[in-house]
Design a protein around this ligand. Sequence first.
Ligand SMILES: [Zn+2]
Length: 365
Amino acid sequence: MKKYNLIPATILVVIIITLAGCSNTPSEEYYSESDYKTIEKIDTHVHINTADHTLAEQAKTDNFRLITVNVNSPSYPELHTQRDVGSQLRNETDGNVQFLTTISLENWDDEEYWVQSTLQQLEESFEKGAIGVKFWKNIGMEFKNAAGEFVMIDDPQFDPVFEYLAERNIPVLGHIGEPHSCWQPLEEMGVNFIREYYSNHPQYHMYLHPDNPSYDEIIESRNNMLDKNPDLIFIGAHLGSMEWSIEMMRDHLDRYPNMVYDMAHRVTLLQYLTQQDRQGVRQLFLDYPDRFVYSTDIQHHVHSNPDDIRELAERTWRQDWEYFTTDHILMDSEVNDQTFRGLKLPKNVIDHLYRLNAERVFAGF
Ligand SMILES: [Zn+2]
């Protein structure tokens, strides 16, 4: 027992200072894995294309609210069906699931008719409860006008639509462009799920389509549109297609104060960046705590197995929580076979990422 009395005074001072410095860490400044279910969270980007409540129920269990996003994609149901499903889920879950509507490009070449019918469809969607509008990558990458030219997002024909949305403070979720790797050959892609996606979707693998608009042209068209609409609330889906460069993401946040990023199916890309520059990724969130919304891109279709959906949601949400809140050494086969360390972001940043920013941006929440 006596030896305890022999601790030199200097060491005692160090112990006391250390204890004092720790008085509000780590239990107060950081969340842990065990806080996962107690913290209210929002996943701002999922796709529920069925009236089935599996994902909505799993969300409730895990303390999530959801935004399901309508998309003008050929592999998705008709737009009016997607809208009705979104509206129905919203009503049946007491608003725990909200939805974003989207626009059609049908009759694009009849400008006056297209603008009028688009504004009318938007009006109807908001009456049915939509809290924002999705614009998809077919603009700039796939859809052509009657003259055979790619229609870009800064096309003046979109101007009255964006003006209408900006005036009403209705947020736009813009998936414009693709990951930078989309313009690279498969063997140069560093992330497994990206390589797999373009192997299975060669029509969107722009390396194979050198005559289509380039990455820079698509980003420039997106920026031109934002320059024309400085008041538009814009969510750059999938890290604004700038997931490959911390510097580029920072530059655009500085340049466009009304832009935030979602990270739907891009947490893996953040983890890939974390392998190269963890401090840089962490600092991005610390410097811009109010500019990111958490999102996953989980898809639930009519043909999905509900057990698989439950498992996918629970696993994705928990793994992402561990990545953002702890400094555990992690690995994910969707990224590659290398490890990365969790970001361990402070509580305040987590609260913004997981809920507060979404509540601000999507006023309907
Ligand atoms: Zn999506």
